[in-house]
Write a protein that binds this ligand. Structure first.
Ligand code: ZN
Length: 283
């Protein structure tokens, strides 16, 4: 692993060096080296289960980025984390390790989740506003969230209808997330899934694969007023009248469930995760 990381790290220098004075004297070995560098697969990580050295690198990265992530959670900007901010406290070796994750594609992990591409900058977002739900009997503020404007407006309309028809509403536990924050989440959850990339991918999308980071198909994770989000037990959210209402009515507001039971994407059942597809044909 260490060799592979080093190889990725030194790649740009080696390529730049091919035009230097050494290439004139010894073109063949250098050309061979460059060929080797460029031809090696980007997914050299052990995706079934990280090797001990990879686990060590992961732990060192989580430790290095924790202070800035915690600070951004406090000021409500963690969801908008940039690549620059994520990479800033890391060594070249740690950065190369993240590069390997960014090169992963779900298709190579036996999953079929779509690759949308990474977002470089945040789109035009509207803050959802401070919301709080009951957690263990105590009103608890949700982390600040933001949504692309059309999605926010559709969400508001849908909640007004839910309130009128059901006397209840749902709250946004997670809206837009940058690709860099998506990668941080993936790394954060890896140890909870036995350091298996393929297993973690059933629960957390890789960067570039999440509807949370793709405004044309923006996802919302809902939580109800009693703090039920289904994260530990999806059937708890599935049993909510709010969920049954969504099944009946969400489509009228342009929202569609992404990962129903037994979905073909090799993704776990997520009754709380709905994405926006825009207004449908007039009924
Ligand atoms: Zn989600």
């Amino acid at each position: 692993m260490g060799v592979q990381l080093h190889r990725t790290t030194t790649e740009p220098q080696a390529v730049a060096g091919s035009a230097g004075p050494h290439s004139a004297r010894r073109p063949l070995p250098l050309a061979a080296a460059v060929w080797l560098l460029l031809s090696c697969p980007a997914w050299a990580l052990n995706v079934q289960r990280l090797e001990p050295a990879e686990v060590e690198t992961l732990q060192s990265i989580l430790k290095a980025v924790e202070p800035s992530i915690t600070a951004k959670k406090h000021d409500g900007t963690a969801n908008l984390l940039t690549w620059q901010a994520l990479y800033e406290p890391l060594t070249p070796e740690q950065r190369a390790f993240l590069d390997e994750f960014r090169a992963l594609r779900a298709a190579t992990l036996g999953a079929t989740s779509h690759y949308f591409g990474e977002t470089a900058t945040a789109p035009d977002l509207v803050p959802v506003g401070s919301e709080q739900v009951l957690k263990n009997g105590v009103f608890t503020p949700l982390d600040p969230q933001a949504l692309p404007r059309p999605v926010f407006e559709a969400y508001q309309k849908m909640m007004a209808a839910m309130q009128a028809e059901l006397g209840k509403r749902l709250y946004v536990e997670s809206g837009y997330r940058s690709s860099a924050y998506q990668l941080y989440l993936f790394l954060f959850y890896l140890p909870k899934h036995d350091h298996s990339i393929t297993e973690t991918n059933r629960f957390v999308a890789l960067p570039g694969h999440s509807e949370h980071g793709y405004p044309p198909r923006q996802a919302i994770d809902f939580i109800n007023a009693d703090g039920i989000n289904g994260e530990e037990h999806p059937e708890e959210f599935e049993a909510l009248p709010e969920y049954r209402w969504l099944q009946e009515r969400a489509k009228d507001f342009g929202f569609v469930i992404s990962y129903p039971r037994d979905n073909p994407y090799h993704t776990a059942f997520e009754p709380w995760h709905w994405h926006y597809e825009g207004p449908g044909p007039p009924s």
